[in-house]
Design a binder for this molecule. Structure first.
Ligand SMILES: [Fe+2]
Length: 504
């Protein structure tokens, strides 16, 4: 019975009448009872069927209850085994209990005692199973409990897939994330014993099961394969991921089992995991929508600043593009790169507080004007402060005018005390400012711009980042034609390297 959760009890005793008495005594309870008087047959039965509790005689001709105990525990990890014996000794009791038996009954026993022992055993088993499931879920829930901002959604889905595979004893688990509006698949993760099963659990067709329904119940299909000892039941479960009545995806689970039913608690675990996964997907989507809206609003502001300042048209985009190349060269992961792009886009947002007359002044700034201009990192921080989504942009905004020797602003930080984000942006931001055309001057060429970086290595700039940036340029990764609408001769860099080595 696929999907059922009846408690399966096996009674093994070579005396048929004892089998009958026990069967009758437990019949009023909601158990599925099988009684076998042939121990050899019982051992075979245990290997091929789900068993939750076994009551077995200790001595049965050439077979012993110890064999039944060991076979049961080998095939059904947390099954309860109760031994029955008419000849109890202390040694026997210790022996069976240390081998993993739950308890033993001394024949003849009162039926009330039998019922109470079985009930106590099953209660104990339920607690064990629940503890096991909870233990497995704690780590998962800890991660899922983190906000979408901190954890990549694919990592969460991968964790759900792994938990499902373990808890359901599955051969393969696939999760397809779908767009709640269009129902189109967005992303897929899978975890399987055998790569050839991935196609089955990642079949987009399984989404159609839930197109016209709001039912959160899984669709379960089972089929028998093979015969005799080779007989297997193939169970395929499609669990929809609904959150706020919208379909966010589906978990597909393929189980190949010698038993024709899911063990007790498996469907509960699946339901917990599906709810967590659906909530994570829904939160992630909300977070993404919110992030996009905020970014669009802030980018509009950044563009407004660029429009005010004729000098900086396209500056932010060029800085972002080059900084990303440097960060990739340094091995930053996608999450960090996405923060970098946001940080670079917003780094001069504080210039919104600088008057046009100062922003566009071609000549030297007065002390007062310079102070207003140099306030832009702090003004920028004030603008985004309190918006959680933009927290990763803070080091870019606040530290891009710090100098490696401690002479920069706003905090006069020195060396490694300057966040790496600020040190990286300082190099690229200055390089871009030198390279770009201004109304009152033509942009410098590559040799002049790189020479400036080299000249101020260790003074204004982190020397390591300058070297990395030059490496990136040397490797031809920066498309000057696209960024500046002009070609640059990279061999100019060799001349800089030579002049650096010459004595001053
Ligand atoms: Fe700036």
């Amino acid at each position: 019975m696929i999907g059922g959760s009846l408690t399966n009890i096996l009674v093994v005793d070579d005396e048929r009448y004892i089998c009958s008495i026990i069967q009758e005594a437990l019949a009023s309870e909601k158990y599925c009872i099988k009684a076998l008087s042939d121990p050899a047959q019982a051992l075979e039965y245990i290997e091929q069927h789900p068993v939750d509790l076994v009551l077995t005689d200790l001595i049965m001709g050439e077979h012993s209850g110890i064999q039944v105990l060991e076979t049961t525990l080998r095939h059904h990890g947390n099954a309860i085994v109760i031994l029955m014996t008419a000849h109890p000794t202390l040694e026997t009791a210790i022996s069976v209990l240390t081998r993993g038996a739950y308890d033993f009954l001394v024949k003849p026993f009162r039926l009330e005692l039998l019922k109470a022992t079985v009930k106590r055993g099953l209660d104990h088993q339920r607690v064990l199973r629940e503890n096991l499931q909870l233990k497995g879920q704690v780590e998962f829930l800890k991660v899922v409990g983190a906000t979408g901002a901190e954890v990549h959604i694919k990592d969460i889905l991968m964790m759900v897939a792994r938990s499902c595979k373990k808890e359901m004893a599955a051969a393969a688990v696939g999760i397809i994330e779908t767009d709640p509006a269009s129902r189109e698949p967005i992303s897929r993760v899978h975890e399987s014993d055998d790569e050839s099963l991935s196609g089955e659990v990642l079949d987009d067709g399984t989404i159609e099961n839930f197109t016209y329904t709001k039912s959160t119940q899984p669709v379960i299909q089972g089929e028998e394969t093979g015969k005799g000892a080779e007989a297997l039941t193939r169970i395929f479960i499609s669990q929809p991921l609904f959150a706020r009545r919208r379909l966010h995806g589906v978990i597909n689970i393929l189980i190949r089992s010698r038993f024709d039913q899911l063990t007790p608690g498996q469907l509960d675990v699946l339901s917990i995991l599906a709810n967590s996964a659906a909530a994570s997907l829904a939160n992630h989507r909300l977070y993404q929508d919110l992030r996009t809206s905020y970014l669009e609003a802030i980018r509009a502001l950044a563009n407004a600043i660029e429009a005010r300042d004729a000098c900086t048209a396209g500056h932010t985009d060029r800085v972002s593009a080059m900084a990303e190349l440097v960060a990739r060269h340094m091995g930053w992961d996608e999450h960090r790169i996405s923060d970098l792009v946001m940080g670079c886009s917003l780094h001069d947002i504080g210039k919104i507080g600088v008057p046009d007359s100062i922003l566009n002044k071609p000549g030297k700034l007065t002390d007062h004007e310079r102070k207003q201009m140099e306030a832009h990192p702090e003004v920028g921080l004030m603008i985004i402060d309190g918006i959680d989504l933009f927290r990763p942009a803070i080091p870019y905004i606040t530290a891009h005018h710090e100098s490696y020797d401690g002479s920069g602003y706003p905090n006069g930080l020195k060396g490694d005390a300057i966040p790496i984000e600020g040190r990286l942006l300082a190099v690229v931001d200055t390089f871009e400012a030198i390279m770009s055309n201004r109304p009152y001057r033509k942009g410098a060429d590559l040799r002049q711009a790189v020479s400036e970086l080299v000249k101020y290595k260790g003074i204004q700039f982190d020397p390591e980042i300058v070297d990395i940036f030059i490496d990136v340029i040397r490797q031809g990764k920066i498309d000057f034609q696209m960024l500046y609408n002009r070609d640059e001769d990279l061999s100019q860099l060799d001349a800089i390297a030579v002049s650096e080595k010459e004595p001053a």
